[in-house]
Design a protein around this ligand. Structure first.
Ligand SMILES: [Zn+2]
Length: 61
């Protein structure tokens, strides 16, 4: 019962990593929201870099 040590992540590890990325992106999208033209979380001009990055990551997943 020894798993092959190829160094490649197995499917479960990959899906865990994807879930972590997805939950981080969802959290960013939920906090970095448009508040009258600026971001409610970081107060940058909307859309802020965090919101754009999170949307990009979600689209890629
Ligand atoms: Zn923001």
């Amino acid at each position: 019962m020894s798993a092959p040590t190829t160094g490649c992540p197995d499917a479960a590890e990959v899906s865990t990593a994807v879930e972590l990325l997805r939950s981080a992106a969802v959290r960013a999208i939920n906090t970095h929201v448009n508040a009258a033209g600026s971001c409610a979380a970081c107060e940058s001009v909307w859309p802020c870099a965090q919101a754009l990055l999170a949307e990009h990551n979600l689209a890629a997943l």
